[in-house]
Design a protein around this ligand. Structure first.
Ligand code: GLU
Ligand code: ZN
Length: 494
């Protein structure tokens, strides 16, 4: 559970509930969570659902479910409440309307009557002339007569923020000092013509009302920061904001072909990692490395270790590369770190329908407990468990054609016949004894252990690779092993 906030640090995680949760979003949540915990501050979780066309309840539920699965907790937000409730922007619309009015009254915002066509035409002309192509301030100082005329034409205005004509400089917590000149930050819309408030308004207004002290978010939002700083100044003047937060922008995450990882890329879907059986702690460990590291020589760490060491100043501003192989390797390490009981429990979903290919009656708890430690050291993701242990629970091995062809060479029948004889008289309480049996069969045919065990493995498990063979045979048992070798011999003879 969330620890009692012990400092004035207040950060927020504020996703929009559109589509499936993706890894970029998780990374942002993680860094905010670690920052809050490190400073014993408060993590505010806010849902930015002001885009009725794109937001969905299903996505909202998924978001909550995913964050819980990952093990995040928050101090204020959905399911918890808090002093600034509600935490869903769709339930705060009156607040935004009020702030927009106050900004208009104070002259920090104005009504812009330009039509989209007019904006486009003037933007194209500005571009052609080599001038800045953002909004040109056309409606900044309309006379009453002009306003009356636009109204008479039936135009519905948007609300636009009046950017101060000054350079904005701030110190980004990740990137250091950044400067934006006025021509790069034109006046921007706050409220749509239909009255719907935009992200540009609701996000900083909520940050102000929720007394956020540090805004940590992706680099893609960097261009909105100078606008928000200007807006904050206006909100402070109006007594709505107490202070301007510090900003830190987390590096881009690059995917395949060094392109920015998009939430539409399949490998960015959080569900994929869940379904493949990544451990939350393995995935989070990897995602933390997208911009941060505990130390140069330690890739594997717990979230507690991350929290203890996390300093936003250590975040690397350079784009981070998403590397699925590394992500799997780190997950594999976390699987090994589990105690066996925990490991067996976490595998449980894959041992049952719909993931498991065997029938419930085929499953054998004692065999599973015997094989589990051998599997634990070999899995990259938990979903690999089914292929590794299916030979124990299916009535017959599933022969993969390529494995069969690869292992069953000329002479394999003779080898298998000898191996069967030696195994018949081996000590079935000792994997070592089974190994000696196969070793002896190999020697009889001039084969090293590796070559001799391949046909035995395929005959019994259906595959050329898998868990340690002799332990597998011991757990499967003498009778089934010998029956399978007989079946393979029959298949070879056919
Ligand atoms: N709802 C915004 C998003 O999901 C939040 C941006 C921000 O952190 O300021 O992109
Ligand atoms: Zn205008």
């Amino acid at each position: 559970m969330a620890s009692a906030p012990g400092s004035s640090v207040r950060v927020r995680f504020c996703p929009s509930p559109t589509g499936n949760p993706h890894v970029g979003l998780v990374r942002t949540a993680l860094f905010n969570w670690a920052f809050a915990k490190h400073h014993q501050g408060t993590l505010v979780f806010r849902i930015e659902d002001t885009d009725a066309a794109r937001d969905s309840e299903e996505s909202y539920n998924q978001l909550l479910d995913s964050l819980r699965w990952l093990g995040f907790d928050w101090d204020e937000g959905p399911e918890i409440g808090g002093p600034h409730a509600p935490y869903r922007q769709s339930q705060r619309m009156d607040l935004y309307k009020d702030v927009a009015e106050r900004l208009l009254d104070a002259g920090h915002a104005y009504r812009c009557y330009c039509s989209q066509e007019e904006l486009d035409t003037r933007r194209d002309a500005a571009r052609a002339a080599g001038r800045p192509s953002g909004y040109d301030g056309h409606c900044r100082d309309l006379t009453e007569a002009q306003v009356a005329e636009y109204q008479a034409q039936g135009r519905t205005p948007i609300v636009r923020f009046r950017m101060p004509d000054e350079t904005i400089t701030f110190t980004d917590l990740v990137r250091g000092e950044l400067t934006f000149t006025p021509e790069n930050v034109p006046d921007f819309g706050l409220v749509r013509a239909n009255g719907a408030p935009l992200y540009t308004l609701v996000n900083p207004v909520d940050d102000a009302l929720m007394e956020i002290t540090h805004v940590l978010r992706g680099e893609d939002l960097l261009s909105s920061t100078p606008r928000q700083i200007a807006l904050y100044k206006a909100l402070t003047e109006l007594g709505i904001a107490q202070r301007t937060p510090h900003f830190g922008h987390l590096p881009y995450v690059m995917g395949e072909g060094n392109k920015k990882l998009s939430k539409r890329d399949p490998e960015s879907s959080l569900n994929l990692y869940r379904e493949r059986g990544f451990l939350p702690e393995g995935l989070l460990n990897y995602l933390s490395l997208l911009g941060w590291s505990l130390s140069a020589d330690q890739d594997i760490f717990t979230m507690d270790e991350m929290v203890a060491a996390f300093d936003i100043a250590d975040v690397n501003p350079n784009p981070a590369r998403f590397d699925l192989k590394k992500c799997e390797a780190i997950n594999a390490d976390h699987i090994r770190l589990l105690d066996v009981k925990d490991f067996t429990e976490r595998c449980a979903p894959w041992l049952k329908a719909p993931f498991a290919p065997w029938s419930p009656e085929g499953f054998d708890e004692a065999k599973w407990e015997a094989i589990a430690p051998h599997a634990q050291t070999r899995l990259k993701v938990l979903s690999e468990i089914t292929d590794n242990v299916d030979f124990l629970f299916l009535p017959e091995p599933v022969f993969d054609e390529a494995s069969w062809t690869k292992a069953m060479k000329e002479g394999s029948d003779a080898l298998l016949t000898t191996a069967r004889e030696k195994l018949e008289s081996a000590d079935w309480t000792s994997a070592e004894s089974l190994k000696e049996a196969v070793l002896a069969a190999g020697e009889a045919h001039g084969l090293k252990l590796g070559k001799a065990q391949a046909p035995v493995r395929v005959a019994v498990t259906g595959r050329t690779v898998g868990l340690p063979l002799f332990e597998s045979l011991e757990i499967l048992g003498k009778e089934k092993t010998l029956t399978r070798i007989d079946a393979a011999l029959a298949k070879l003879a056919a």
